[in-house]
Design a binder for this molecule. Structure first.
Ligand code: GLA
Length: 379
């Protein structure tokens, strides 16, 4: 008990506490952060898994590989915890063929046309890992990096601070970039993500979280009956390779209109895309600071997730590429539309689109982004 108190005062929990909790059994559900080994990469690097138990009852598991959220349990209308994030049972699953389940995505999340951009008169060529385009930071983006983790336990808020230094030239990007991503859980079951980054050379930065949610439970089939509201009147139309044309178009009279809560599946088949489904960036209504971007409700479980962000855009992706071949946690089969992502971000291909808000970070400045996924029960 004394150890517990001391640790929460310091805001840091030691591995010693993990052992103490394991022995006590039921105390494992106590508010706090514990750590356990998760496995080793091919080069022998050890990966840890942290368990964050929030004062509101939510439980989140995070691994140091990719900052991946491997599990997120939140209560349903009967108070029963259910895991609402798609994922794998072990490290091998994430390393071998993950469709970006639960990870931190960067240095530039989403697409860069032809993997090419010019900055301060110099042309940069990045990997083309998505047809002709660069996607989610390249062949080895932030989702495949090992992050240094420090647990946090302060005033009833538990969290994990993840740090990674991306070297000048990594994946073709300029500048040494110091990235800090902090996840936290509070007594209201809000998962807060705070991102900061600094650089020593001008570089594009666009970070996001790529969790696939299914509010009925990760293994409960598709998300087509979830109700979705997105606080956006416009979206960024794209070409067939999902590169924006540069225009902003109204969602009115299109299947993309979620200005009032609508079932995800209602108009999904009207979308002309291959594979069919939602995979587009919304232009969030302007506003200062953290503001409501989206609300998702699952009528069956009564779970509600609100997304608040400081970012100008949000990518809605409905797991269109999931094909049932992905074997998930506990043997779950993740079929098409088995989960949805709401990736808060700057617009795709911003580095090549002069009319989009800039993603260039200059030395001496700090990139900052905050997003909250707030879980509650339908009233
Ligand atoms: C993003 C993209 C999708 C897809 C997924 C990962 O959401 O917009 O097209 O690439 O990531 O599978």
């Amino acid at each position: 008990m004394r150890t517990l108190l001391l640790c929460s005062l310091l805001g840091i929990l030691s591995v010693g506490l993990v052992e103490a909790q394991d022995k006590k059994g039921p105390t494992a559900a106590k508010v706090g952060v514990t750590k356990a080994p998760y496995g080793k990469l091919a080069d022998g690097t050890e990966i840890d898994q942290y368990t964050l138990t929030g004062a509101g009852g939510a439980i989140m598991k995070v691994i140091t590989y990719g900052g991946i959220v491997t599990e997120l349990k939140v209560p349903d209308k009967d108070g029963k915890l259910g895991d609402v994030c798609l994922g794998f049972d072990n490290l091998e699953g994430y390393v071998k063929s993950s469709p970006y389940f639960g990870c931190i995505t960067g240095r530039v999340a989403n697409r860069i046309a032809n993997g090419k951009f010019t900055l301060d008169g110099k042309e940069y060529q990045l990997a083309k890992n998505n047809g002709p385009n660069h996607l989610h930071g390249g062949l080895s983006g932030f989702d495949k990096k090992v992050w240094k983790a420090d647990p946090i336990n302060l005033k009833g808020v538990v969290g994990l601070q993840l740090k990674y230094t991306s070297k000048d030239g990594e994946e073709g990007y300029p500048g040494n970039l110091n990235v800090v991503v902090t996840y936290s859980l509070n007594e209201k079951n809000e998962w807060r993500i705070q991102y900061t980054a600094t650089t020593d050379k001008a570089t594009p930065v666009n970070l996001t979280q790529h969790a696939y949610f299914n509010l009925a439970g990760h293994d409960s089939g598709d998300i087509l009956d979830h109700q979705l509201m997105i606080a956006a009147d416009q979206y960024t139309p794209t070409d067939k390779n999902l590169i924006p044309t540069g225009k902003l178009e109204s969602v009115k009279d299109t299947p993309f209109d979620f200005t009032t809560a609508t079932t995800i599946g209602k108009r999904i088949k009207e979308i002309k895309a291959d594979p069919v489904g939602y995979d587009l960036n919304y232009v969030l209504r302007e506003g200062k600071g953290l503001r409501l971007a989206a609300r998702v409700t699952d009528p069956k479980s009564g779970r509600v997730m609100e997304v608040l962000t400081t970012e100008p855009g949000i990518q809605l992706y409905t797991g269109n590429f999931l094909d049932g071949k992905t074997k998930g946690k506990g043997g779950a089969t993740y079929k098409q539309y088995g989960g949805f992502c709401l990736e808060t971000q700057h617009f795709p291909d911003s580095i090549n689109q002069k009319n989009f808000p800039s993603i260039v970070l200059q030395p001496g400045k700090t990139y900052e982004q905050t997003t909250v996924y707030a879980f509650s029960i339908q009233k």
